[in-house]
Design a protein around this ligand. Structure first.
Ligand SMILES: [Zn+2]
Length: 839
């Protein structure tokens, strides 16, 4: 029974992902392709670390040319990257990238899987990666994916033999795949998985090599390829009117938040895979050599194959419904097959084909895009047979009800059946929010309560309908998730997944509030109704030494979807302190503490995500000198807003406004991250900035990448940027010159100020500088030499030139107090003898 439930869950996951926008209806060519694929019983699992690592050319080739069941196992959801299309970062970026992978798979025909590994950001070495991930848990998830998917062939994107050459996550993905290949068939390994699935031995493991791994095209041409297979991944598919590489480009262009939109390509192109282990190659160019991938592979398969191969050979593009008698016969035979794995997969494929051949249109749409538990929803059901075969709607079963609803109605050709069903959403139903975010994650791992959900791309939909049909005497159940269908005059017909959300949610716009003194701040809370007629109150959870008033505020919201705003006054303690505040909405005696986040882009289905509604409050013990800060924008950081939060008056200076007169009145000038990489004007304006320092100014330049600096004189003295970075945010920081004014005035900086940093210490540190510079700090990642270039200070004329690769731009938005205190000192450099201007 558990097996059946599990299969059903997997099935639902896939159905939903392909119907989340507009439900897919197959045309004749697509039905034919599906029949071709139905007749192949072979599978390929492609393994890498991130969304976009996957070689869509090869995935598409395996799926569309070889016709194998093909999946991409991405160990992470890409949470650690940057977002080029919107404000979402971290977990929310992982949600977008999960959906972009699903969008890519809808195009290249693959399936998508994950592990619980959290993409914690850049990692130099797989040893570090596997330390931060829980290696055993990620390995068990790779084993689980192999046991569940049961691939004949595994293909690694990365080389397990070259640690340190690429991102640590990449090499780790290949190393784990190598290990899992040997463990998946061992019943003594991860035995609890075997309550849900069986052991499995893949046949072969390959590495998807390319010239890149050989340093140059030339080297690769010369390399020994006797242990490799190669494929022309430029094959043309007349049924699609596209070449394989075009399909692949369209698929990888779904990774829009990573800026992967690109031109399509065509024409012959070789792709190589290197044999690593398993059953030796037989000299042919067949990945499946020695594996029977026909219906003969399974007991009882031959008779099914005879029927379905005939359908394929004589396929009628004009009237696919003509094949229904054969398809139904094959369906009946398939139900008696003992091999549960292939029976489940092929039943699902065959049902899709039968549904498409009959031109069946079955849809359940709700009158609302979302509902909360214990609320009522009305469903509109449409069922239509667009063929001349005899189909009867026997009954349908709503997942929210115990009993099916009997219909026993004929479905005459092209006569629409319409039903309305009012349902009550069960009280204990799960929300549709991404399941891996239900519990707090660690830096390296997500936690998943339901073991059977591990690896699924999405949370299985809880509201769906099983339609029990009788097609020409054969009972077949077709399952449809509930969708929300609507129209917009300027967009036409639109679809959204039907979501289950809480009755109330609350949010605070800012994630960090900095209190630079003991003055109170007003903080606004937005409460959103997920149900009608919400009455309750909201109160705030806050740290012991802080205070919030009023204690409670009343909430009354008439209509679902509306919001109410309330303001709380937050009073910080006298001394340095930090903690978290959470709005808690009490409704019908229960507290709701989540925020409902909506993600809405056109290339992926609309998403709602529930995240704990938490903001950080930080009372700084900070002294400052100077008040007027000039800020020159680079690639974009929140340094200006952060400095304003601690009371500075920050003016953004446009590159064209940089002149001696304009700079003269500022107490300090801060240059945004990567300004010398991306702002062309900097090369003409550097002279004014250095003159400003000479005349007594205080210039702070944040990190630039070592390549593509657009000026020769970024510094008045010799300074060479390198690729040195310290990615461990907890790496020990040594203070090289404890008596230096920058570390003492106006705030005494100690190693304590380097506690609680996030993501990394810093990047692109200079590794060579002239003697005028004083290095102030030393730090390094595990196993590396000490890096002393993170914070360099030099006197120039009457002023101070400061270059820093420390990641202030990451620490400020995370409310890291030590970063604020150190930066206040950088801004105060040279102002030791001015009068105390402190508030
Ligand atoms: Zn990657």
């Amino acid at each position: 029974m558990r097996q059946i439930t599990l299969c059903l869950l997997f099935l639902l996951g896939t159905i939903v992902s392909s119907t989340a926008q507009q439900p897919k209806k197959l045309n004749s060519s697509e039905i034919y392709e599906a029949v071709q694929k139905l007749n192949v019983l072979g599978s390929v699992l492609y393994i890498a670390a991130h969304p976009d690592d996957e070689n869509t050319r090869l995935i598409s080739y395996m799926s569309n040319e070889v016709k194998a069941r093909t999946a991409y196992l991405s160990l992470t959801r890409g949470d650690g990257g940057q977002n080029l299309i919107g404000p979402e970062i971290r977990e929310l970026l992982g949600v977008i990238r999960t959906q972009e992978l699903l969008a890519a798979r809808r195009i290249d025909g693959g399936e998508q899987r994950f592990t619980r590994a959290n993409d914690f950001g850049y990692s130099k070495h797989p040893d570090e990666t596997l330390d931060i991930w829980n290696k055993d848990e990620v390995l068990s998830d790779v084993v689980w994916a192999i046991r569940e998917f049961k691939p004949d062939i595994i293909i690694n994107r990365f080389d397990h033999r070259t640690p340190g050459r690429t991102h640590g996550h990449h090499t780790a993905s290949a190393m784990l795949s190598m290990e899992a290949f040997d463990l998946a068939n061992d019943a003594s390994k991860y035995p609890s998985q075997l309550q849900l699935t069986e052991t499995w031995q893949p046949k072969r493991l390959f590495f998807n090599t390319s010239w890149w791994f050989y340093g140059s095209q030339e080297n690769f041409e010369k390399a020994d390829k006797s242990n490799m297979l190669n494929f022309d991944i430029g094959v043309y598919y007349p049924t699609k009117g596209m070449s394989n590489n075009e399909v692949a480009s369209l698929a990888s262009s779904q990774h829009l938040c990573q800026g992967f939109g690109r031109l399509t390509t065509r024409g012959t192109q070789e792709e190589y895979i290197e044999f690593l282990k398993g059953e030796p190659l037989d000299g042919s160019n067949d990945v499946f050599a020695g594996i029977d991938t026909s219906w003969n592979r399974i007991e009882g398969g031959q008779a099914i194959g005879n029927i379905l191969n005939e359908v394929e050979r004589n396929f009628s593009f004009i009237n696919p419904a003509a094949h229904l008698p054969q398809l139904l016969e094959a369906y009946k035979l398939l139900q008696n097959v003992k091999n549960k794995h292939w029976k489940t997969i092929k039943t699902k494929e065959l049902k899709t084909i039968i549904e498409a051949c009959a031109g069946l249109y079955i849809e359940v749409s709700a009158n609302d895009p979302h509902a909360s538990p214990d609320s009522n929803v009305s469903l509109n059901i449409e069922a239509l047979n667009r063929s001349n075969v005899n189909i009867k709607l026997v009954s349908y079963q709503l997942s929210t009800l115990n009993d099916g609803i009997s219909k026993n109605m004929d479905m005459p050709e092209n006569q629409r059946l319409n039903f309305e069903e009012g349902i009550t959403i069960p009280k204990n139903i799960h929300y549709t929010t991404p399941y891996w975010l239900n519990k707090k994650s660690t830096l390296g791992m997500y936690h998943v309560e339901k073991k059977e959900w591990i690896g699924l791309p999405e949370t299985p939909r809880a509201v769906f309908v099983d339609f029990n049909l009788n097609i020409e005497g054969t009972p077949i159940t077709i399952t449809k998730p509930v969708v929300y269908r609507y129209s917009r005059p300027d967009k036409g017909e639109l679809y959204r997944p039907f979501e289950i959300i809480p009755p109330v949610s609350a949010s605070i716009t800012d994630k960090v509030f900095i209190f630079e003194n003991d003055q109170q701040k007003d903080i606004e809370v937005t409460v959103k109704a997920g149900a009608d007629a919400i009455e309750g109150y909201v109160q705030m959870a806050y740290p012991d030494d802080w205070n919030v008033y009023p204690q409670k505020q009343k909430i009354e919201i008439a209509n679902k979807g509306d919001i109410q705003k309330v303001v709380f006054t937050v009073i910080p303690p006298k001394n340095q302190s930090e903690g978290l505040i959470t709005p808690m909405v009490n409704y019908k005696g229960e507290f709701y503490t989540d925020e409902l986040i909506e993600i809405d882009y056109t290339h992926i289905p609309y998403q709602t995500v529930l995240m704990p509604s938490v903001s950080k409050v930080v009372r700084l013990d900070i002294e400052k000198r100077g008040n007027n800060i000039g800020y020159i924008e680079g690639a974009g950081d929140v340094v200006p807003e952060s400095l304003r939060q601690i009371g500075y008056n920050v003016t953004t200076i446009k590159p064209e406004q940089i002149s001696s007169e304009n700079l003269a009145n500022f107490d300090a000038i801060v240059v945004g991250i990567r300004a010398y990489n991306i702002v062309d004007d900097m090369k003409f304006k550097q002279k004014f900035l250095l003159d400003y320092v000479k005349e007594g100014g205080n210039l702070i330049i944040q990190y630039n990448t070592s390549r593509g600096i657009n000026t020769e004189d970024i510094s008045p003295y010799e300074l060479e940027l390198s690729r040195d970075r310290v990615t461990d945010e907890n790496a020990e920081v040594k203070i090289l010159d404890p008596d230096h004014p920058i570390l003492n005035f106006p705030n005494k900086i100690t190693t304590k100020d380097f506690e609680g940093w996030v993501q990394e210490r810093g990047l692109y540190f200079p590794d060579k500088w002239s003697e005028e510079f004083t290095p102030l700090l030393a730090m390094n990642d595990k196993g590396e030499t000490s890096k002393e270039g993170s914070l360099l200070v030099a006197k120039y004329g009457k002023g101070n030139y400061i270059y820093t690769g420390l990641s202030f731009f990451r620490e400020f938005p995370a409310g890291v107090s030590g970063a604020y205190r150190l930066f206040a000192n950088l801004l105060s450099a040279g102002k030791e003898d001015t009068n105390k201007l402190k508030n």
